[in-house]
Design a protein around this ligand. Sequence first.
Ligand SMILES: [Zn+2]
Length: 290
Amino acid sequence: MNRNVRLILVPVVLLLASAAFGQQRESSPVEFQRISDRLFQIAGGRGAQGGVYIGDNAVLVIDAKMDEASVKQVIEGIGKLTDKPIKYLVNTHSDGDHIAGNRYFPKTVTFIAHENCRQEFFLPGRNGAPSPWSTPELAPFVPSVTFTDRMDLYLGSQHVELRYFGVGHTTGDTVVYLPEEKTAFIGDQIFLTRTQLIHSYKGGNSFEHVKTLSKMLDTLEAERFCSGHSDMADRSQVANHIEQMKQQQAKVKALMEQGKSVAEIQSQFDQGQSRLIESVYNEVKSGSAQ
Ligand SMILES: [Zn+2]
């Protein structure tokens, strides 16, 4: 091995080692971010950001983290805020980082999701592995209450709206809207610093996604949007996200009209956008880009 090659290899090995270490790293502690006396975003731990809403007589949790230690911290944290029982847990969609922790909540909790989300619980993984949710041990933690368009929950005098605006990131993304706080928990329907994930293998669709998000903005008077993996956003940030996706879709379409292959098109975007660009390409090709 000549000297130049060795000099290049050392940093590469260090990078690989730090990447492997990063994956084993302890997750940050669960953190409750106050929105109002009743409403908190739950960040940290393993799994996506979610939330908790404390009603007059019961507590609603939004999304479930993904391991026992994180759920324990969530339950302990709620116990410090209130002695009211956790009555409902809404899964905003079927991704593991939002649902895997269901199993560590008490069986007395009622799990709620959109009907399509419940069905996605039983889909094989992207790698074809069978869903763990079909086993009897996990059956009590699969959503037992579903809705298709809208559901209203009343925690005493507090009102919570569960809304469905259409296909997008998956086929069953729920928006949990707290009208008093003008705050919407929208799961993974926006990513502000990373590329939007669209789960084609679950039936997600990027063109439907922009329509679904536009409908949400038009329908709700929300001023604050809490999501799984980004900082809280305002209306203009959601509108920008929609606009950016439209521009990406238009660019893919234009390049396809020039006869470019998917790899050629991907090379004109950042590498991190490859999967999204492939989804957009496939949607245009299959005619599901309306
Ligand atoms: Zn997520």
